[in-house]
Design a protein. Structure first.
Length: 556
């Protein structure tokens, strides 16, 4: 490729601005920005796009220069805003470079942190030099989010301490061989009540199964119950999420089925592909010793190990970053395993200092992830964060969102399980001045209208097949259409505010973007009252789903 300078590249693109993007019009070359607040400099190319935006184009042609490009971009954006009076939404940034090896990571980090629309362009110069220049869009890399426990877990069971110890050694050996450094192993011990209860539930499910097939053989059931393993320990494994390229490299080195892996992930959504690849890496040989195994996920961790007292926490073994981070408490690890970061779309929990902009931005990102398929609560909680940022900038707040998104199964579990409140959607955002809560926000389901019949709901959402609904329980029951389904059940996601804690006249409800006074209430009562008022619908739902509930699984 014939040599050319950065100045020659700038002059060529000034005369051929549409090589970068069709529809661009050059406004200025080496546009001078005055030194108002230390932002003096020259923008390589200033253009206008077809929609009237200012387009700041920063040009680079070497790795050495690329490392300084993002600093230049930050400086010029601020200069254009002050000197030309442009708003953020009126500015676009294009970083165009012939070399992206050093530039890709800082550019990707810039995209994560800025509100300005920006994109990267790779300039490709052919053998005939600048006249042959073409441009292609650069895809940013996924920037590390710091600690991020993958929501795909492994739950192992052991009958003895020796068996548990062997399982732990196997996990350490397996992770070491694959270069998986950052993970946690959580050890639980079964309470004395666990095994009798497990036997009881297993016996009940076997009796129901025999009755279904017209069989009555108590001796056979007694024999099966006697053979039920008495697991004394549970070992819960979760790792820092493994990146796509890392997983592919590990699989290339260790798997004989690489072509099959690549075929399977071809066409998958990014999240689905990442889950598959993480599972594939963890399933590589050597196999881990275990007496029993289940797939784990945050919802299961919450309901099995955080609710009730059948399993007792013994210890958390930390590795890699989880061991090095001495500020990370055991409670925070347990909360993140239960999905408190919002990545599962079911739980989000966070303490924030309101005047800390990174706290606010991170909280909003977590809410967007947690409530991606709940547009009502997402809009409400983002509005609430803006409101407390304006009203209480010097205070702190706690955010706790439980958004199970299980649609019809929310009603079923709440009506049939020993801990009904563990299944009811709820959020709280409390503003605190020291130890005192001075304002609280509550979210709950409120009964507003009469429900459709159960069969009509199955026809509308599950093609008339209840088995399709029950199949979803095998992966936690998450339902992206949860908001629509519950509205057809007469239940709507609502948000409330309590301004004078302890006062009976302090409650208001968010309606039409305004807080309107309402009588005092206890949030779960809104849900329970609706079920009480529509008993016929609830009984139909319980009859149809309950007849297929076999204790540890649902029969479709």
């Amino acid at each position: 490729m014939p040599p050319f300078s950065e100045a020659e590249l700038r002059d060529f693109l000034a005369d051929n601005i549409t090589r970068i993007e069709p529809g661009l019009t050059l406004l200025d070359k080496e546009k001078y920005i005055p030194n108002a607040i230390g932002t003096r400099g020259f923008i390589d190319l200033l253009a206008q796009d077809e929609r009237g935006h200012f387009v700041l184009i920063e040009l680079k042609r070497s790795d050495a220069a690329s490392r300084e490009a993002i600093h230049e971009v930050h400086k010029y954006v601020e200069g254009v805003k002050r000197h030309l009076g442009a708003r953020d939404d009126e500015i676009r940034v294009i970083v165009a470079s012939t070399e992206w090896r050093e530039l890709l990571l800082p550019f990707s980090q810039f995209l994560e942190s800025t509100r300005i629309t920006a994109e990267g362009i790779r300039l490709i110069v052919g053998e005939s030099g600048l006249p042959s220049l073409t441009a292609e869009k650069v895809e940013p890399v996924r920037v590390s989010r710091g600690r991020f426990l993958a929501p795909w877990h492994e739950l192992n069971h052991y009958t003895s301490e020796d068996s548990l110890a062997k399982g732990i050694l196997d996990y350490e050996h397996s992770c070491r061989l694959k270069g998986v450094d950052d993970y946690v192993l959580v050890v639980f011990e079964a309470s004395p009540d666990w095994y009798p209860l497990a036997q009881e539930e297993f016996r009940a499910s076997m009796i129901q199964m025999q009755e279904q097939f017209g069989v009555h053989d108590p001796a056979e059931i007694d024999e099966m119950v006697a053979k039920l393993p008495n697991f004394r320990f549970a070992l819960y494994f979760a790792s820092q999420v493994l990146g796509r390229e890392y997983c592919l490299e590990v699989l290339r080195q260790n798997s004989e089925d690489m072509e099959e892996h690549e075929e399977i992930i071809d066409g998958m959504e990014e999240e689905e592909a990442l889950q598959y690849l993480n599972d594939a890496v963890h399933n590589l040989a050597p196999k881990k010793h275990r007496d029993g195994f289940e797939i784990g996920y945050p919802g299961k961790f919450q309901t099995r190990f955080r609710v009730g007292n059948l399993w007792i926490l013994k210890r958390i073994q930390r590795y890699g970053m989880f061991q090095r981070n001495t500020l990370l408490s055991e409670e925070e690890i347990l909360e993140e395993l239960a999905g408190s970061e919002g990545v599962t779309g079911q739980r989000f929990k966070r303490q924030i200092t309101i005047n800390n902009k990174s706290h606010i931005a991170s909280a909003k990102d977590g809410l967007r992830e947690c409530l991606e398929h709940n547009p009502v609560w997402l809009a409400h909680t983002l509005k609430i964060i803006d409101e407390i940022e304006k009203d209480y900038p010097e205070l702190e707040a706690s955010i706790d969102v439980f958004n199970p998104s299980t649609g019809l199964m929310t009603i079923y579990f709440a009506a049939t399980r020993p801990e009904p409140f563990a299944f009811i959607p709820l959020f709280t955002i409390a503003v605190r001045d020291g130890a005192a809560t001075i304002r609280a926000y509550l979210g709950c389901l409120e009964g507003v209208s009469s429900p459709m019949s159960f069969q009509s709901l199955i026809d509308k959402y599950y093609d008339g097949q209840i088995g399709v609904l029950l199949l979803s329980v095998t992966w936690g029951g998450y339902e992206q259409r949860d908001t629509d389904i519950l509205e057809d059940c007469g239940l709507f996601y609502r948000s409330f505010r309590v301004d004078d804690i302890g006062s009976t006249n302090a409650f208001s409800s968010l309606r039409d973007e305004r807080w309107r006074p309402v009588p005092q209430f206890f949030p779960p009562e809104k849900f329970s009252e609706h079920l009480d008022h529509h008993g016929e619908f609830v009984m139909e739902l319980l009859r149809e789903i309950g007849s297929r509930d076999k204790g540890s699984y649902f029969e479709s």
